[in-house]
Design a protein around this ligand. Structure first.
Ligand code: 5GP
Length: 142
């Protein structure tokens, strides 16, 4: 497998070199909105530890990401009045991965509404700001 590239876009977000709509941070993970959401509120949870994907991440680091995704899902259900949730993690190009810093997708779902295709539409910044505000408030209320 190719080595981890510290110049990938999510590594730059982690180092504060590139902006994001951050909704959550603890000692081990950060969570921020996907700027090309497949559903309203689509959020990415990433480890602070450098890892390319499921194939090289340490078990404990992945457990932190899973705990973060659980928290985001609980809050997103409230924030977006979701009926359900889709959680996804793609590893390597053959697995559908495009950005090579491990991330877990948390996508709030509504009855009879499909997922948009991946990276098909850049969301309006105002919508992203509003969704981040809603999610941060729901996380505070957990
Ligand atoms: P993957 O296919 O690697 O699992 O998904 C990468 C995700 O990152 C996609 O859903 C895409 O919309 C999202 N993405 C790509 N570039 C950026 C970016 O600069 N900022 C944010 N917040 N999301 C991004």
């Amino acid at each position: 497998m190719t080595a981890y590239d510290p110049n990938n876009i999510f590594a730059k977000i982690l180092r504060g070199e590139f902006p994001c709509y951050k909704v959550y941070e603890d000692d081990h993970v950060i969570a921020f909105l996907d700027i090309m959401p497949r559903t309203p509120g689509h959020t990415l949870v990433i480890p602070k530890a450098p890892a390319r994907n499921i194939l090289d991440i340490a078990q404990e680091d992945f457990a932190h990401v899973a705990r973060g995704a659980h928290k985001i899902a609980q809050a997103a259900k409230q924030a977006f009045q979701a009926d359900g949730m889709t959680i996804a993690q793609y590893s390597e190009a053959s697995g559908g991965q495009v950005v090579f810093h491990l991330h877990m997708h948390v996508m709030p779902r509504h009855d009879n509404v499909g997922l948009l295709p991946a990276a098909s539409r850049k969301e309006d910044p105002k919508v992203l700001e509003d969704n981040a505000t809603k999610l941060i408030a729901a996380l505070a209320a957990l």
